[in-house]
Design a protein around this ligand. Structure first.
Ligand code: DGY
Length: 320
């Protein structure tokens, strides 16, 4: 019987996706709850045909240098800031991500954060839960979204999905992007330079990928340019924000409130100063975290790997 290709999975992923993968390939999976040691992973990769990578893992030329048979690497995420794409390309290894299938889900989470923060839902709900309905202070008022301006930084497909939701709430949508989009008329969105967007927006939502260019883009000067009444939302990547600058901006009233799906670091340690900031709502990187979407992302990852080990084009390849 012909030997099946061998795929290494360096961490825990959904059982149904592993079962699907096993219909096509042999799987060697790290099933401990601890992070797989990098050196062990390198040893496992020596005779592997594919790698399903699970964060935290830096994927680079060094990881794959002793993996002569490796034909594909894929990860169940649209973002690939932990992957040195150029080094994989130089090694002749295609890398597959999961664009498309999570757009609406991430946009729903982004807009949920905006709506929750704008009406201070958590603070108000806590008063009720604690039996202190009548004692809630009058300054926990929240603000309307209608007739306000949402500024989206990073206007890809997810940004467009967020803009549709914002317009349904009566918001005006402006955005900043590397390039102005050609479909502004269709989406009723307006391109702005970053400084203009910061000065104009009541809600600033970061949806950009993490790159050398966007690392710490949201720094002290950035927050100073925002309105004092503004809400800051990050659904992109934690390190786009200089966390110390954000804490300072929130504490000094430079901005009014923040709602974060992503932080730097992740996970946030229990004694991290961001956790002491009252006007900051944080959820643990759950942008794509619904059962259906995680299933779709996992099956797409498996499909990319199955195609790659058979030297076929990936469904969604970053470096084709
Ligand atoms: C992504 O796909 O990059 C998301 O951040 C994962 O939830």
């Amino acid at each position: 019987m012909e030997k099946k290709p061998l795929v290494v999975v360096n961490g825990l992923v959904r059982k149904d996706a592993i079962a699907y993968l096993k219909e096509h390939v042999d799987v060697r999976q790290w099933t401990e709850k601890t992070v797989m040691p990098r050196e062990t992973l390198k040893e496992w990769l020596v005779d592997a045909d594919g790698l399903w990578c699970v964060r935290p893992l830096d994927v680079d030329g060094d990881l794959v240098k002793n993996a002569p048979n490796l034909k594909v690497i894929a990860q169940a995420a649209v973002g690939y800031d932990n992957v040195k794409i150029d080094e994989l390309t130089a090694a002749g290894i295609p890398y597959g991500n999961t664009p498309g299938v999570l757009n609406e889900t991430v946009a729903e989470l982004a807009f949920t954060l905006i709506a929750t923060a704008s009406r201070r839902i958590l603070e108000n709900a806590n008063f009720v839960k604690e039996g202190r309905w009548a004692q809630r202070p009058s300054n926990i008022k929240g603000f309307d979204l209608s007739r306000r301006t949402l500024g989206i930084i990073g206007m890809g497909a997810i940004g467009v999905s967020i803009s549709r939701r914002a317009r349904a709430f009566g918001m005006t949508v402006v955005y900043h992007n590397r390039n102005q989009r050609i479909d502004d008329k269709i989406h009723k969105t307006t391109y702005m330079e970053l400084d203009d967007l910061l000065a104009t927006s009541d809600v600033v939502c970061v949806m950009a990928p993490l790159t050398d260019e966007t690392y710490h883009m949201c720094d002290e000067a950035f927050f100073k340019k925002m309105k004092n009444t503004a809400l800051f939302v990050n659904v992109g990547r934690g390190p786009i924000v200089d966390t110390d600058a954000l804490i300072n901006a929130l504490k000094t009233g430079e901005i009014d409130y923040a709602a974060l799906d992503v932080t730097d670091p992740e996970p946030l340690p229990a004694d991290h100063p961001l956790l002491d900031v009252e006007n900051c709502l944080i959820v643990p990187h759950i942008g794509s975290y619904t059962d259906r979407t995680r299933y779709d992302m996992s099956i797409l990852t498996a499909d990319n790997i199955i195609a790659g080990v058979h030297k076929k084009p990936l469904k969604t390849c970053v470096n084709e």
